[in-house]
Design a protein around this ligand. Structure first.
Ligand code: ASP
Length: 341
């Protein structure tokens, strides 16, 4: 286990989608992708019809498909933002505990590990998820969560929850059910009850009203894992942003914006100004870069760079590729995170 220091400096030379997502002038030639190709496909191959560069080699899409053995890894974050000095150590300790909770489940698979880490953080009152989440403009907690497995495009998410004790459990239930990928508000609560999930009085999420009202920055929690079978998974949970309009949904339950996983390329999770992640489709862009052979460090740094340059937004990301170590990058003063591998 080792801490990672991947603070984006913004001046690293890099190439790729996230450094130049918008063509400088005019329309693209017919048939061209708006996303420039950024590198060689790891296994080579010919151009794909979709215009995303060389085609991926065939890959099993079923959970029963076996992958070559991989080195397990887990990265957990407790949100990018401004962490008051007197809270930094406590928030890092909370994230370390979540990393340990997740890592102890890694033998059960990447999904189990990522969910265990996030579920733990939903119980840490200093983090913006579950208990202790920030308050909306009406002084209430509304929670969002999402989960994705890198095998078979399996996604589940839930938003605007007030009475579901563990939003991440509901995201998993939505994914397992498989009919939809995102449920919100009253319908999501009903689905949670019907599936026997633990419900809660909305007041349990408020432990320190004043602190939760004033919470600074963005502090969504998230985890990305790779298991020994080479499967990837991502889990994310949040109270959103302080003072948000009631009913606002951020990027955290939106696959392709706040999170994404694909066993062929990698898995990513974001934290920060959710509207910016949605506008940029940032998680999906990161996957395209990984697909085109960029290394996870450059992808992570490029993502926060793009966030800042394109929209002046703040945030952070965590990334795991098909192999190698996990990485984090952020353009905020802090993003407590922890790695196990
Ligand atoms: N991305 C989250 C949202 O906009 C906020 C955060 O990361 O804390 O809902």
């Amino acid at each position: 286990m080792a801490p990672s220091d991947a603070r984006a400096t913004g001046d690293q030379a890099r190439k790729g989608v996230l450094a130049s997502a918008v063509p400088p002038t005019g329309l693209l030639p017919p048939g061209a992708s708006c996303i420039p190709s950024t590198g060689a496909w790891p296994s080579g191959g010919s151009s794909s019809a979709a215009g995303f560069g060389p085609s991926p080699k065939p890959w099993p899409t079923s959970r029963t498909g076996s992958l070559p053995s991989a080195r397990p890894a887990l990265i957990v974050h407790g949100g990018a933002g401004t962490v008051p000095d007197d809270e930094l150590a406590a928030r890092q300790a909370a994230v370390d505990r979540a990393r340990d909770a997740g890592w102890s489940s890694i033998a059960e698979g990447a999904l189990a590990a990522a969910v265990a880490a996030v579920r733990h953080m939903e119980d840490e009152p200093l983090l913006n998820a579950g208990i202790g989440a920030c308050l909306n403009a009406d002084g209430e907690v509304e929670l969002d969560a999402g989960v994705m497995q890198g095998d078979g495009f399996r996604v589940g998410a839930a938003a605007c929850l007030r009475d579901v004790r563990h939003p991440i459990d509901l995201a998993v239930a939505v994914m397992e059910d498989g009919r939809h990928v995102l449920l919100a508000a009253a319908g999501a609560s009903r689905f949670a009850r019907d599936h026997g999930l633990e419900m809660a009085d909305p007041s349990v999420f408020i432990t320190d009203r004043k602190r939760q009202e004033l919470m600074e920055g963005a502090d969504t929690v998230g985890a990305v894992a790779r298991d020994a079978g080479g499967h990837l998974a991502v889990a994310v949970s949040t109270g959103g942003i302080r003072g948000k309009l009631p009913g606002r949904i951020g990027d955290s339950p939106i696959a392709g914006a706040g999170f994404y996983a694909d066993d062929r390329f990698g898995a990513v999770c974001g934290t920060g100004q959710g509207e910016a992640y949605i506008r940029l489709g940032l998680a999906r862009l990161m996957l395209v870069e990984l697909q085109h052979g960029m290394d996870p460090v450059s992808v992570a740094r490029g993502a926060v760079d793009h966030l800042g340059k394109a929209l002046g937004a703040l945030g952070g990301v965590i990334v795991i590729g098909r192999e190698g170590s996990p990485h984090a990058a952020f353009n905020t003063p802090a993003m407590p995170h922890a790695i196990a591998e």
